[in-house]
Design a protein around this ligand. Structure first.
Ligand code: ARG
Length: 459
């Protein structure tokens, strides 16, 4: 057991207590951030004349040595230390002696851990953002290639109106673009430096908190030391944004799973992204999509957990807050994995254009257009709706689609129908005539695709 705070105690900590209290098994994940923060701290202390430049240089050399040795595996982080802060400080003192004991001047583990967690989350937000961006690029490419790939659009999972694959993909582009927006917002809001807040009430040393903040690429220091050591809002915001990303990925996965069934046959998942069955030789399962859908639960769980942990905490720091880490780390790693795999699966997936188009034709997705046709001939919409309803019944009975009916058959149901009805219900026309902003027509979609390209270039 290596503890930083033995002085006041007359007895050894019980081993079970030590184990229960320790966080080294998980906070070692941010050893780089911990060292980076310490280097900034001593740089500032020396500038303020609180440490000499020799002491500063000795400490920084020592810290860089520890960093290097942990990275290369020469120095192992073990459970002998309570947490990552103790590990770094104890090793520093081992290496450089007296000067090492000055590292913690004007600092508490409370502002130190607040900083480490922020630095870690901030780095991860950038990586997550890049992963969402490459998913967007993959979606955009599918959109560009499928402006005229017709498929049924669904409501209630019932065929509703014809759309294009570009349009369907475009819906996900919007969702993931908003997800990126949330990550950007979180970054901006969290980017203030808590270091220098001490345990809760600042310190008596003349710290230059603006300088520390600058060294660590923050937009400035936090303005209330009690808030600084007890704020985990940004963790909650991140987990909320990650939950939303997973919700989107999960919906998308669900569609891929449905589209990949024999019954739909809209897509074929690449062999590299599917798995077989140990007993049924014919199977090619969409496991990746299913796992992404399944892992959504644990990311939501992380959000619920931290919300619940924080809800009853009096100011300022409480040990409960140590519980902010494990599930957050797990959620971040989970979402990164899901984003990368889903993007790979999507990029290699084959879309079966013909099947999708036939499916749109056979499901009366052009029924609204037939009604609109009648409206164009002066029939009130409500009557038109009824007439087309009868057409559909007739077709179901005869196993026909609207395009297959003869003009005579049309006319027996309503004399208003003329030869131009075929034009009105053709799949292509049904889609291509819809060109209001946000609609699936190629003219409208081209503008969206151009806007997406501009966004991806600038962001
Ligand atoms: N391991 C602790 C955490 O993660 C570090 C802060 C400890 N501070 C304290 N006063 N015990 O929150």
């Amino acid at each position: 057991m290596a503890q930083l705070w033995g002085g006041r105690f007359t007895k050894e900590t019980d081993q079970l207590v030590y184990n229960f209290n320790a966080s080294i098994s998980f906070d070692q994940k941010f050893y780089q951030q911990d060292i980076r923060g310490s280097i900034a701290h001593v740089t500032m202390l020396a500038k303020q004349g609180i440490l000499t430049t020799e002491e500063r240089d000795q400490i920084i050399d020592g810290l860089n040595g520890i960093l290097e040795d942990v990275k290369t595996g020469k120095l192992e982080i073990t459970s002998k230390y309570e947490d990552i802060h103790s590990f770094v400080e104890a090793n520093l003192i081992d290496r450089i002696g007296e000067a090492g004991k000055k590292l913690h001047t004007g600092r508490s583990r409370n502002d130190q851990v607040a900083l480490d967690m922020k630095l870690y989350v901030r780095d991860e937000v950038i990586q997550l953002d890049e992963l969402v961006k490459s998913l967007l690029e993959t979606i955009e490419k599918i959109m560009e290639e499928n402006l005229h790939t017709y498929m049924p659009g669904f409501t209630h999972l019932q065929k509703a109106q014809p759309i294009t694959l570009a349009h369907h993909m475009g819906a996900y582009f919007e969702m993931f673009r908003r997800d990126r927006g949330r990550l950007t917002d979180i970054y901006k809001r969290m980017n203030f430096c808590p270091l220098g807040s001490g345990a809760l009430a600042g310190t008596t040393y003349p710290l230059d908190r603006n300088y520390t903040a600058e060294l660590l690429d923050f937009d400035g220091p936090t303005l209330n030391s009690m808030d600084s050591v007890s704020d985990r809002d940004y963790v909650i915001e991140l987990l909320s944004a990650l939950s939303t990303i997973m919700m989107h990925l999960s919906r998308f996965s669900e569609e891929v799973i449905i589209w990949n069934t024999n019954e739909y046959g809209f897509v074929e998942i690449d062999d590299a992204y599917s798995t077989g069955s140990s007993i049924m030789p014919q199977k090619k399962n969409p496991d990746i999509a299913e796992l992404v859908r399944g892992k959504t639960g644990r990311v939501y769980a992380a959000l619920m957990s931290i919300l619940t942990t924080m809800k009853g905490l009096p100011l300022a720091y409480n040990k409960d807050m140590q519980e902010d880490k494990e599930l957050t780390f797990d959620a971040i790693d989970t979402v990164k994995g899901c984003l990368a795999l889903f993007t790979g699966m999507l990029a290699t997936m084959k879309f079966c254009d013909k099947v999708m188009e036939d499916s749109a034709k056979n499901g009366f997705t052009n029924a609204t257009d037939a009604a609109d046709y009648l409206v164009g001939k002066g029939v009130p919409f409500r009557d038109a709706h009824g007439i087309v309803g009868q057409l559909v019944l007739y077709c179901i009975d005869k196993n026909l689609s609207l395009d297959d009916m003869s003009l005579e058959e049309y006319k027996t149901i309503s004399p208003v129908f003329e030869a131009d009805i075929y034009d009105a219900v053709s799949m292509k026309n049904c889609v291509e005539r819809r060109n209001t902003i946000g609609a699936p027509g190629a003219e409208a979609m081209k503008n969206v695709i151009a806007e997406n390209q501009k966004y991806l270039k600038e962001n």
